[in-house]
Design a protein around this ligand. Structure first.
Ligand code: MLT
Length: 399
């Protein structure tokens, strides 16, 4: 028996586990202190009433012989028509037309980000931005793929553009970005699409934060860009859009037009899913199907506005302190430059010890993240205000 030795190339623990462990150690040593967590992007508002109502109804369906459901329909890898149609409607509002067979319901974008790699050879070269959401990197390290990096930095506003000296087969793009909050315009994405087509590469486009976009020149789906259906897979989630972090539901779009080596990637993914996955629960799918209804959109927009206001509270605080940042607009993340030249973990400890505020050290997302720090707008309004008051007091005093 041999283990997968590529796992030994991973860092000891997943970034958020390290942050969680350090926070727990501080709390255990200082039980009297109130610690505010603005680190992992986990939502704090409850599910929208339309979602709860739909889930209650689905629970009742499960209680009666006439309406009980077992496995989901196998036509579209266990996705129910009502949910698939509502996702089609969400795309149609962005001017994108999809076929039902192109939509695969999943238990979230994180799992599918890892799972999708099953359909690609381990010989492929992978291009990820630096800094990067650790899942893109770690899942490829686990498979032993060669990884190259696109430099995101202060100069390019953390929005790297392709460079033909970079030879890649699989390209990861996340916009609005996790961790930097920066978002690509349609024109910038068109450059990526043209590059991918030239390289015969496939873009894995993570659109988990698309519902935060309000500026009209920014893309909410890569398929808003001409030619993207021939080179991109899009991964999306209800987690941040509708507060489903604890419910688990997402969707992956694999266009019928996406063909590599003469093989349809849609067919490969359908084969993979029907073999390794038995679908998302009926109750969850019915809850998700309520999200993109007219009333659902109205209710989730209220929640998104709440987080947008939190993002503005943080951005205003940083503006006042003269701290450089990206995000905070069109995104729930604020990516800031650590004050006084501090390194990321140094600033993490400084904030935790002196303000009892927890964020995520930028260096945990890659080398280019060193000296940067991420705060999330997903906390409660009360905690966000309190955290900003503490940060303001601390940094005013130290400047
Ligand atoms: C984050 O904080 O980066 C996200 O919550 C992680 C995730 O969505 O998996």
């Amino acid at each position: 028996m041999k283990i997968n030795e590529h796992f030994l190339d991973l860092k000891d623990s997943y970034l958020f586990a390290t942050v969680g462990r350090k926070t727990a150690a501080y709390k255990a040593a200082h039980p009297e202190k109130e610690v505010i967590r603005l680190s992992i992007g986990d939502v704090t508002l409850p599910l929208a009433p339309v979602v709860i109502e739909a889930m209650h109804k689905a629970v009742d369906d499960m209680a009666h012989k006439e309406t009980f459901k077992g496995y989901g329909p196998d036509q579209y890898c266990y996705g129910y028509d009502v949910l698939i149609d509502s996702i089609k409607g969400n795309y149609a509002r962005k001017g994108v037309s999809l076929q039902s067979s192109e939509i695969f319901i999943s238990d979230g974008a994180k799992s599918d980000c890892g799972n999708i790699l099953d359909i690609f050879s381990t010989d492929n070269v992978v291009l990820v931005p630096d800094p990067v959401y650790p899942v893109y990197l770690d899942t490829n390290v686990m498979a032993g793929r060669k990884i190259i990096f696109a430099d995101a930095n202060e100069q390019n506003g953390f929005l790297p553009m392709p460079d033909e000296s970079m030879k890649a087969d699989i390209i990861y793009i996340c916009s609005p970005n996790n961790p930097t909050g920066a978002a690509y315009s349609r024109e910038q994405l068109k450059v990526w699409v043209d590059y991918a087509k030239k390289m015969d590469a496939v873009i894995l486009y993570d659109a988990a934060y698309e519902h935060f976009v309000t500026d009209s020149h920014l893309a909410r789906s890569i398929y808003e860009v001409e030619g993207a259906k021939e080179c991109a897979i899009e991964l999306c989630s209800y987690s941040k859009t509708a507060g489903f972090t604890g419910v688990r539901c997402g969707y992956t779009i694999v266009p019928e037009a996406l063909v590599r080596g003469g093989v349809s990637l849609n067919k490969l993914w359908a084969r993979r899913q029907s073999t390794k996955f038995n679908g998302v629960s009926y109750i969850t799918q019915m809850g998700a199907a309520a999200v993109f209804t007219e009333e659902g959109e109205r209710q989730i927009e209220e929640n998104l506005n709440y987080y947008r206001r939190n993002a503005k509270i943080i951005a205003d605080c940083l503006d006042e302190l003269g701290i450089w940042y990206t995000g905070g607009k069109n995104s729930p993340y604020i990516w800031l430059k650590c004050p006084n030249g501090m390194k990321s973990w140094e600033f993490f400890d400084y904030l935790l010890e002196n303000a009892q505020v927890v964020g995520t050290p930028g260096s945990g997302f890659g080398e280019n993240g060193e000296g940067f720090f991420r705060l999330t707008a997903f906390g409660t309004e009360e905690n966000t205000k309190k955290a900003c008051e503490r940060i303001r007091a601390l940094l005013h005093q130290s400047s």
